[in-house]
Structures are given as C-alpha cells and as structure tokens.
Design a protein around this ligand. Structure first.
Ligand code: ES4
Ligand code: ZN
Length: 326
C-alpha cells in the first residue's frame, strides 16, 4: 500500500488526547448556538485563523476560552462521540483520554454532568465501533494542591469510571513536586498516574514525575533527551512517552518537523508513541501525526509499526487485552 494507506490502516491506540482539545470550531459554534452563548468570533474560519501559538500558554488561553461552550451532559456526549468517530476513522482501536474537570467545575458545571456526558458518548462509540476506552482525570497544575484535592474528592463517586490521574496545563513554574500528596492519594485509590513533563519544562521535572509522583507514563517527555542519565533510565524502565509531534510544532517546542526528537527517542530505545494531544487546535488527528513524522523522513514503515505497537504496550489495558492487539 501507499504510505498514507499503510498509516490509515495501521491499528493503533491513542494515549495522549485532551477531550476538550478535540472541540472542532464547527461543534463550538453549534454548541454556542444551542446554549445561547455569544462567541468572540464571527465564523469557523475566524476561529481557525486565531490558532497561531508561540508557546503553550498562548494555546491554553484560547483552549480554556473554547471550553466555555460545554455546558450540558449532551454537550459532553457530543464532544466525546465526535472524537471517537474521528478516532475510529484513523484505525484507533483503543483510546485513553484526558479530561480537565476543573475547567468545568470552576464554571459551575457539576462533575456529574461532565462524567455522565463523556461516559455516554464513549459508550455510544464502543457500541458502534467495538473500540475500547479509558478515562484519565487531569489536575490543572497552574491551580493549587488544595484545588486538586477537592477535584479528586469530587471524582470519588465516579472512581469506577476512572483509570488514572494526570497533570496538565502550564508546566514551567509548576513542578510535579507541587502535587506529591494528591498523586499519593490517587495512587492509594488504585488509580494509575501520568504527568505532562519535559514539554516546556526541564529534565528535572521528568525526574520529579518519576521519583515523587511515581508515574506510569510521561506525557511528552521531549526534554528528557537533554539528560543522558535520565534518557537511559527511561529506556531501562521501558517507560512509555506519549509524544505529540504536531502539538510540538504548533507550540514551538520544535521549530521544524525534521528536527523532532522522535528519531533520537527510538534510537535510544525509548518506548515512544505518537498522539494528537489537542487535534482541533493543532491541525491534525493521530494519523496526521504519523504522516507528519513519516513525511519528514524521520521514521520508516518498520518504525511506524514499532510506534503503533508501543501504543498498545504502553496502554493501561491488561496484558491479555494488549496481546489481542499485537
Ligand atoms: C495541553 Cl499540549 C498541553 N500541554 C499541557 N497541558 C495541556 N492541556 C491541554 N493541552
Ligand atoms: Zn497534552
């Protein structure tokens, strides 16, 4: 098959996807209309034109603003269903998606509305496509530890629908150590742990995520490569990195795809995966990310198979479930 067809048909898991970041401008307008909310944009084209970012914070400001149209259980259902429709079209067989409850509860949306809407959207996709999913609750790291604890408490009634906790939002100035106790509490509840680290933050933050938060995966992890000892430690542990090439390009974490660290990561024996992060904002879903690194000449077809295989190996599926995909 052509390279495009090869990527399109390659069964894969997606492990780094913020569901609020899959809100396409068309759905944003539809929800604004349904909820009678005025948007600061006149058209879908105007929204897309505003998606030019020079760093993570630039993006986050507009991403939190976009999420304001999400008000009802139906809104969260439609958001989740739209992502899984798109993921299914990309041969995604399993997705472990992030959501940011604080973005919603701080606007007065109850946790139950968010949970029930996302759950029904995911269940509809499961019934239609036979794919599987897991849900990871992310704490916003620019907010304080007490707020994270309150969020964990509010999520406790829904514990059976959660697989893990994560840490996202503005990285620099908000090291993993700020959330040591809440991650310990989440672990004691039986939740898996992941954290964004080494996207804009230094290798020290990746060390903290490992040593203090005891994470099961690192989200991004690009800057780990600046520390040779850390790099070999990650390789030795077989720790999964959820890498997001188009996100890195849009947020100026890399200047050009040909310089993306994915090649070095694979060379160093790191268990890297490819993911879309916030596809509605970064201009591509997971297959677009596979295509972007392949088109840059950084990886060949064997590497793409390795990356897809890593996505299942790095998932929180049971060993028996993983084997069915390999
Ligand atoms: C995010 Cl790309 C990225 N980094 C950190 N936090 C986020 N939340 C949504 N997308
Ligand atoms: Zn992310």
């Amino acid at each position: 098959p052509s390279l495009d067809a090869f990527i399109a048909g390659l069964p894969k898991a997606e492990l780094h996807l913020h569901i609020e970041g899959s809100l396409e401008p068309e759905l944003m307008f539809a929800l604004a209309q349904r909820n009678k909310i005025a948007l600061p944009f006149k058209s879908v084209e105007e929204v897309r034109a505003a998606y030019e970012f020079s760093n993570l914070q630039d993006f986050l400001d507009i991403y939190y603003q976009g999420a304001d149209v999400l008000r009802t259980e139906d809104d969260f259902h439609d958001l989740a269903k739209a992502y899984f429709d798109r993921a299914h079209a990309d041969s995604v067989r399993h997705a472990e998606i992030f959501f940011d409850p604080q973005t919603h509860t701080d606007r007065g949306i109850p946790m139950s509305v968010v949970m029930d809407g996302l759950t029904s959207g995911m269940k509809a996709a499961e019934a239609e496509y036979g794919l599987t999913y897991k849900l990871i609750l992310c704490f916003l790291r620019h907010l304080d530890e007490d707020a994270a604890f309150a969020t964990l408490k509010a999520a406790e009634p829904f514990l059976d629908r959660l697989t893990g906790v994560g840490l996202d939002s503005s990285e620099v100035g908000h090291p993993p150590s700020k959330f040591a106790r809440v991650f310990e509490a989440a672990g004691a509840l039986g939740l898996k742990k992941v954290a964004h680290a080494g996207e804009e933050g230094p290798p020290e933050y990746v060390h903290e995520a490992l040593d203090i938060l005891k994470v099961d995966r690192i989200d991004h992890g690009n800057r780990s490569l600046e520390d040779a000892h850390l790099t070999s430690r990650l390789a030795r542990l077989g720790l999964t990195l959820t890498v997001c090439p188009l996100s890195n390009l849009k947020l100026c974490v890399v200047n050009d795809m040909a310089q993306h660290p994915i090649r070095t990561m694979l060379n160093k024996g790191l268990r890297a995966t490819l993911n879309s992060d916030d596809p509605a904002y970064f201009g591509g879903y997971v297959n677009d990310n596979y295509r972007a690194v392949a088109a840059s000449g950084l990886v060949d077809r064997d590497d793409l198979i390795t990356l897809a295989r890593n996505s299942f190996l790095g998932s929180f599926l049971s060993d028996a479930e993983v084997f069915k995909h390999l």
